[in-house]
Each structure stands twice: as C-alpha cells, then as structure tokens.
Design a protein around this ligand. Structure first.
Ligand SMILES: NC(=O)c1ccc[n+]([C@@H]2O[C@H](COP(=O)([O-])OP(=O)(O)OC[C@H]3O[C@@H](n4cnc5c(N)ncnc54)[C@H](OP(=O)(O)O)[C@@H]3O)[C@@H](O)[C@H]2O)c1
Length: 469
C-alpha cells in the first residue's frame, strides 16, 4: 500500500475536521491519537474514507508517511505539544516537517522552532481559525516558523484553506512564533468583538425589553449591511435557536470561560506598551462572568435601574447598531496596531495587511470590515493602522453621536458595557492631540522627583512645585 502524503496527530474536533478536509482534496492521510479508542471511533464514523489510514502507535504513524514527512499536530496547547514532539522525534529524519496547529503561545513556538531546527527538523507553528466547520471546509491559516518547512506545505495549505474570491486564506508570518502571534491577536480581537455583541444585546434587552426573536431579527438585519460578519450572523442564529420549544440562550449560564489567547494578547500589549483596552476589557468581562458567586452575593447592592423609562425605540436601536459597528472598528484597529508594533519590535517582520488578507474568509473574525480594510491597504500607501483610520474616518465621524448615546444610556441604566465604552474612550484618546498626561507627569515629579518633559524646551526638568523642599 502506498505511503500517506500527510499525517494528522490528534483527533479532537479540530484534528478530525482537518484530516477530513485534507482527504477531501485527494491527499492520503494517516491519523493517530494518543487514546486509540478515539481513533477507532473516528474510523467507524468515516469508514468510507479510504483516503484515511488509521495508525495505533507513533512509530506506525511516522513510518506510514511519505518523505519528507509532513505532520499536523492538533493537541491541547502547552506541555502536551512538547510531549508529542518528544514522542515523534526519535522516529523523524532530517527535513521532516512538524506543524503545531494548536493555539500555542508564540514564545513556545519561538523556542520549538529553535530546538527542532537544531535537530534539522522543520518546525512550523500554525494558527488555525474557523472551529470544526472551518477545519473541515476551509480554515484561515496563519503560519510561522521554518520557511523551508512552510514551502513544503504551501501547496497543501492553499488547497485546504478557505478561499476569498479564489484567494486562499493561508499566509506565512515570519520565523518562530510569527503565525501563532497573529492567531493570538486574532483571538484577542475576537474577544472584543464578542464582548461588544454581548453588551449590545444586554442594553437592548434592558432598555427596550426586546425578546430574543426580535433581537435575532435585528442582528440578522444588521448582518446584511456594514456589520456583515460571521459573529453577527452567528448571534442572530443563537438568539433564535430553540431546543424542545424553549429558547436555548435563556438556559445558558452567564459564565464565560477562556483558554488563554485573550490574556496573552493583553499581556503582549502591556509588554510592548501598546494600548488595546477593549481586548483587556473583554478578558475582564469573562473574569467577572466567572465570579458568579460573588456577583450573586453583591447583587443586593446593585444600583442598576430596572426600567429604561420612556425611550424612543427606533433611536435606541439605531444607536445600538452604530455603536456596535464603531466598537468593532475600534477593536480591529487596536488589534491591528498591536500586530503592527509586534511585527516591528519582536522582529517577525510581517506586514499586518497579510493578516487581514487571510482573515477575509474561514476565520471567526471575518467581516466586511476586514475586506474593506484589506482593499484600503492595497489601494493606498502608508502605515497600516493609519490607512485603516483614513478608510473608516467618515464612519467614525457620522456614527459618533450614536456611539456616545449608546454608552450614555448604558451608564444611565447601570448596564455594564466595558468593551463598548473602552472602544469609544480609546478612540477618543488615540485621536486626541492633547490628553491630560501633563497632570500625571507633574504629580510624578511632585512626589517622586521623577522629572518631566516640557512643551517649550527639550530635556528633562524637575521642580519643587513651590513646596520649598
Ligand atoms: N476547538 C476549536 O474551535 C479550536 C479552534 C482553533 C484552535 N483550536 C486549538 O486546536 C487544538 C486542538 O483543539 P481541539 O478542540 O481539537 O481539541 P482539544 O480538546 O484541545 O485537544 C484534544 C486532543 O489533544 C490530545 N492530547 C491532549 N493531551 C495530550 C498529550 N499529552 N499527548 C498526546 N495527545 C494529547 C487528545 O488526545 P486524547 O484523545 O488521547 O485525550 C485529543 O486528541 C488546541 O490547541 C485548541 O486550542 C481549537
């Protein structure tokens, strides 16, 4: 029997979808999973796939592959990846390519690229977005690491990736963890987009007492315009979904978990000193959600209003729509700025517009905003964040009053909208020639003699601020 073209290690949701996707493109795929039962179960469900060869030991798995071997690893991020790499290594040969497709930390991928490179194994760290459906039908692929390894894979990746108007959404983002860094920031943006969606739902429910069906209709309507995106469409579906005649969303607990990529995006922004507060707030939103017991205990102190009073329904809905759109724009711009600075300061050397190219299809943050931003990057010159702002400047200007009204209403009612308000405040700050940091400088010097810069002279100055000490 001929050897397999590629291997997939790990048959969780993502590995399963990816293996079937590869097979559907005519590739012969060997699969392996630590727990043999999962492999058997997978084979029993996809028994017709004669393109797929199940294997039951690491040695059998590696031996079944054509050289240079190309192995896609889909296991839980963290120590499991190192365990899998160690188990594979004794069976590999120079030039074999290992692709870590999990949500690994980009610094782990930096390290693994170095460690495997020194053993002449080509390591590629690749972010895969799109969930099971994406993995199965066409994901967005963000690769980094060994360029030689990537070139061995490129044809396959272009075949299986999502296509935007025929263009495969797969790209290379520099050595080491470049691909995983882009996937991390993608997820950070995803956190903020979802946070803004949740807050919009919350305010409309609180202020206008809209039911889930009405809300679903609104989100569906919005998803046909400038808010067109996977997440807004998904929200419309989630709102309308019923199980046993009951709205499932009403049965879902208000506790959101996280696996780490949102926190890593915030950590990256803090480390580089690049402000991305809507991503931070979206992470905190999940932290607060998980503090359910405390929230329940403290809820007797709540000052939130139970009624929106007399409100103009159409006006509130228009504000919600425009606010969501601008919060999304602001979140993308924060993520883009972070990518831009990361690429420069961490020396991955990628062009952030390439991230927007591969985000146009297959991934969770695909949207009309991403498409329009990418077109703007292609049709003009300049730094990417500034190009983005130029492109959407008119939208910010025309929607600003609605965005403010939305936040004002939320504040008046006591509905928490940390992601939306931080998106607005960040926009206000980043577009202000002057902010009140002179007061911060002055106070630091007042109590700590930290020195301050002046507007009228170069250099660092200090003063006793009239205290005589
Ligand atoms: N689910 C998504 O929507 C999604 C989207 C994008 C990226 N990802 C990332 O893709 C990766 C795979 O995700 P997933 O949802 O398919 O599954 P998962 O639950 O994250 O991982 C399950 C797989 O990892 C294997 N595994 C765990 N520890 C192992 C170890 N020490 N040695 C060998 N195998 C080990 C499991 O094998 P056993 O069967 O033996 O336990 C199973 O095959 C993760 O990094 C995830 O973050 C997931």
């Amino acid at each position: 029997m001929r050897e397999s073209d590629v291997g997939v290690y790990g048959l969780g949701a993502m590995g399963e979808g990816f293996a079937l996707n590869l097979a559907s493109k005519g590739l012969r795929v060997s699969v392996y999973n630590r727990t043999a039962e999962r492999t058997r179960e997978f084979v029993s469900r996809h028994v017709k796939e004669d393109q797929i060869k199940p294997t039951y030991s690491v040695e059998e798995f590696v031996k079944s592959l054509d050289r240079p071997r190309r192995i896609f690893v889909f296991v839980k991020a963290g120590p499991a990846v190192d365990e899998v790499l160690s188990s594979l290594l004794p069976h590999l040969e120079n030039g074999d390519v290992i692709v870590d497709c999990g949500n690994s930390h980009f610094r782990d991928s930096d390290r693994r690229h170095g460690e495997l490179g020194s053993k002449s194994i080509e390591f590629v760290g690749m972010g895969v977005s799109g969930g099971y459906e994406g993995a199965l039908r066409g994901p967005s692929l963000m690769a980094g690491g060994s360029i030689r390894g990537y070139s061995e894979l490129e044809g396959v990746l272009r075949d299986i990736a999502a296509k935007f108007q025929g263009d495969p959404c797969a790209g290379y983002f520099g050595p080491g963890g470049g691909g995983h860094l882009v996937k991390t920031v993608h997820n950070g943006i995803e956190y903020a987009l979802m946070g803004a969606v949740a807050e919009t739902y919350h305010l409309l429910k609180a202020a206008l007492r809209l039911g889930n069906d009405e809300l679903s209709d609104l989100f569906r309507d919005w998803s046909r315009g400038e808010l067109s995106s996977f997440l807004v469409e998904a929200t419309a579906e989630v709102l309308a979904y019923r199980e046993g005649g009951e709205e499932l969303l009403e049965k879902v607990l208000d506790v959101a978990e996280q696996k780490g990529t949102g926190i890593w995006t915030s950590q990256l922004s803090l480390e580089l000193g690049v402000s991305a507060p809507s991503i931070d707030e979206a992470v905190h939103y999940r932290f607060v959600s998980a503090m359910k017991d405390l929230r329940s205990k403290y809820s007797r102190h709540s000052c939130a209003l139970t009624s929106g009073g007399k409100l103009d329904r159409e006006e509130v809905i228009e504000s919600a729509k425009r606010s969501l759109y601008l919060s999304h724009l602001s979140s993308y711009l924060q993520g883009l700025t972070l990518l831009y600075e990361s690429s420069k300061h961490l020396r991955y050397g990628f062009d952030p517009s390439e991230a927007f190219r591969v985000w146009r299809a297959g991934c969770i943050i695909r949207s009309r905003i991403v498409e329009r931003a990418y077109s703007a990057f292609r049709s003009s010159e300049g730094e990417r964040p500034e190009q983005f702002l130029e492109e959407f400047s008119g939208d910010f200007r025309s929607g600003m009053v609605y965005w403010r009204n939305f936040v004002v209403l939320a504040v008046q009612l006591g509905v928490p909208v940390p992601v939306t308000s931080s998106a607005l405040n960040w926009f206000n700050s980043i577009t202000s020639r002057w902010i009140a940091a002179n007061v911060v400088q002055a106070l630091r010097d007042y109590f700590g003699r930290h020195g301050f810069y002046r507007v009228d002279r170069p250099g660092t100055f200090t003063s006793n601020w009239g205290r005589g000490v």
